[in-house]
Design a protein. Structure first.
Length: 51
C-alpha cells in the first residue's frame, strides 16, 4: 500500500494559474491560451490524475 501524497502545493499552483488566466483574459485577450497548459496540468496533478 502506498502512502497518500499531499496535493496542496498543486492546488496552490492551480489557483495561481487561474489568476493568470483571468488577468490575461482581461488585459491581453489574445494571449489567454498561453496559460491554459499550466492551469490544466496543475489541476490534473491536484486531482492526483498524474504522477
Amino acid at each position: 500500500m502506498e502512502a497518500k501524497k499531499s496535493t496542496a502545493k498543486y492546488w496552490l499552483y492551480f489557483f495561481i494559474w487561474v489568476g493568470v488566466l483571468v488577468t490575461l483574459m482581461i488585459v491581453y485577450r489574445e494571449f489567454f491560451w498561453l496559460a491554459l497548459p499550466g492551469a490544466v496540468t496543475n489541476f490534473a496533478k491536484a486531482m492526483d490524475l498524474l504522477d
